[in-house]
Design a protein around this ligand. Structure first.
Ligand SMILES: Nc1ncnc2c1ncn2[C@@H]1O[C@H](COP(=O)(O)OP(=O)(O)OP(=O)(O)O)[C@@H](O)[C@H]1O
Length: 437
């Protein structure tokens, strides 16, 4: 039988589910008709989140979605569109996207986006060291808030004792920067190697092991060990134990509370014990807003020095907006935003509201938390983005259901027609959101 005579559908379905490229396809109405496993992984969806909820409902009408819509409107492909964003798990992700119009019998029937996850590659290119073009020392780090000052104090002690360090903090809080500063301040003689655990594999860990042995030591910074699969965590632990006898210094990071990561089986207890001789927790930027202005001052002074620009600071309105915004992507988000703004600046001395990119303005200006009774649409009031509106409505409805059932999750879930696990998951999400606002 030739391939033309065979029904290729099962093969194509298998390929779509197993290929290492994220695929998202929509029909003419913009309705999702294909969303493969790799795309779920890139966008950070949990299986629980997909239960009881249609995929379409979950999408934000953000830049990512609009490339598909744009292709539907123009019928023309868009290639190599780079996007950096924070996915549902708060992980910073960079993708390169190709988006194609799909035709059948000469008629446009939909669009398909293929995303390559280039987060690791991007990090290698974007390492702070390359950006600052000098080794990172504790002096290059903005630390005005009490919590950051304590971080530096502990980091300096860690460098002096050369004890393994575990850095804990959300994406973009500065873990890699601290790791570099510890390396340069320590007596570690060799080179600094960074193992980006997102997207690493067994061969890379072996290669690192060989390099360290050949050069008799160095510092190894394992970024986000919680993103390694369990077998790779075991391989990394073995490698670390092998290297203990040599002159190798170990630093690692995780993106969440390690105790919770261990409880949810995402982090091996043994690996945690190995790295946690000293632990350093970096607070999210929303809990230490005193660091925002000094960071901006440092950034702009570097910008004036490197590019001869005139830009000195922010307008009062922008200052207020920056202080009110919750910066889910932390200092990295602020830095990327400043990169974007300063690339447009010509002769201005102050950054005014009209210099802020519209994607940021709409996010920051709509982010003010609503009281539950406020979620109905009132005339004369600016509309919320649909995603925020649905979240507010869901929060209100679930809390009401819980109150009505005396806080009993099983009963409330039954009344809402959803699984207990799903309700628990959503309540946890609400709690997390409340803690952040
Ligand atoms: N305290 C700080 N002082 C100066 N720059 C900072 C500080 N914190 C973060 N940055 C800047 O933010 C960027 C992101 O920091 P870094 O890569 O260290 O974050 P991270 O916590 O390691 O993030 P991820 O978990 O996503 O890897 C850096 O390029 C650095 O320039």
């Amino acid at each position: 039988m030739t391939s033309e005579e065979m029904d290729m559908t099962p093969f194509l379905k298998f390929a779509a589910e197993h290929v290492a490229v994220g695929i998202h396809a929509v029909d003419l109405k913009g309705k999702t008709i294909l969303y493969n496993n790799k795309m779920k992984e890139i966008e950070g969806f949990d299986f629980e989140e997909l239960v009881d909820r249609s995929l379409l409902e979950m999408f934000r009408f953000d830049q990512h979605e609009s490339t598909l819509l744009q292709v539907l409107q123009t019928g023309e492909a868009v290639f190599n569109a780079k996007q950096t964003y924070w996915n549902r798990k708060g992980q910073q992700i960079t993708t390169l996207n190709d988006t194609y119009p799909i035709y059948s019998k000469g008629k446009l029937i939909g669009a398909m986006e293929m995303s390559r996850d280039v987060t690791t590659l991007e990090k290698v290119v974007y390492q702070p060291l390359k950006k600052y073009e000098e080794p990172i020392t504790f002096n290059s780090i903005t630390a005005v808030s009490n919590s950051m000052r304590k971080v530096l104090e502990t980091a300096e002690k860690a460098a002096a004792t050369k004890l393994p360090v575990l850095l804990i903090g959300e994406s973009g809080t500065g873990k890699e920067l601290i790791a570099e500063a510890i390396h340069w301040a320590s007596s570690s003689k060799g080179q600094l190697y960074t193992l980006y655990c997102h997207g690493t594999n067994g061969e890379l860990i072996d290669q690192l092991n060989k390099n360290l042995s050949a050069k008799s030591g160095g510092t190894i910074y394992c970024e986000r060990i919680d993103l390694l699969s369990r077998p790779l965590q075991i391989q990394l632990l073995k490698m670390a134990q092998d290297q203990m006898s040599g002159d190798t210094y170990f630093i690692a990071s995780v993106g969440e509370d390690p105790v919770e990561l261990i409880a949810s089986n995402k982090l091996s207890k043994e690996l945690y014990y190995f790295f946690s001789a000293m632990t350093i927790k970096l607070e999210p930027l929303r809990n230490r807003k005193e660091d925002i202005q000094p960071f901006i001052d440092d950034y702009l002074s570097r910008h004036r020095m490197n590019f001869g620009s005139m830009v000195r600071g922010l307008d009062d309105e922008v200052k207020k907006l920056f202080m009110a915004y919750d910066w889910p992507g932390n200092l990295k988000e602020l830095e990327l935003l400043l990169d974007e703004i300063t690339s447009l600046i010509t002769t201005q001395e102050h950054i005014s509201l009209n210099l802020l990119p519209s994607h940021f303005k709409s996010k920051a200006m709509n982010k003010t938390a609503l009281a539950p009774e406020d979620f109905i649409i009132r005339s004369g009031r600016e509309l919320l983005p649909l995603d925020d509106y649905l979240f507010e409505a869901e929060m209100y409805y679930l809390q009401k259901a819980m109150d009505l059932h005396g806080g009993n999750v099983t009963k409330a879930a039954a009344a809402l027609g959803m699984s207990r696990q799903n309700l628990q998951y959503r309540l946890r999400k609400i709690k997390k959101n409340e803690a952040q606002t």
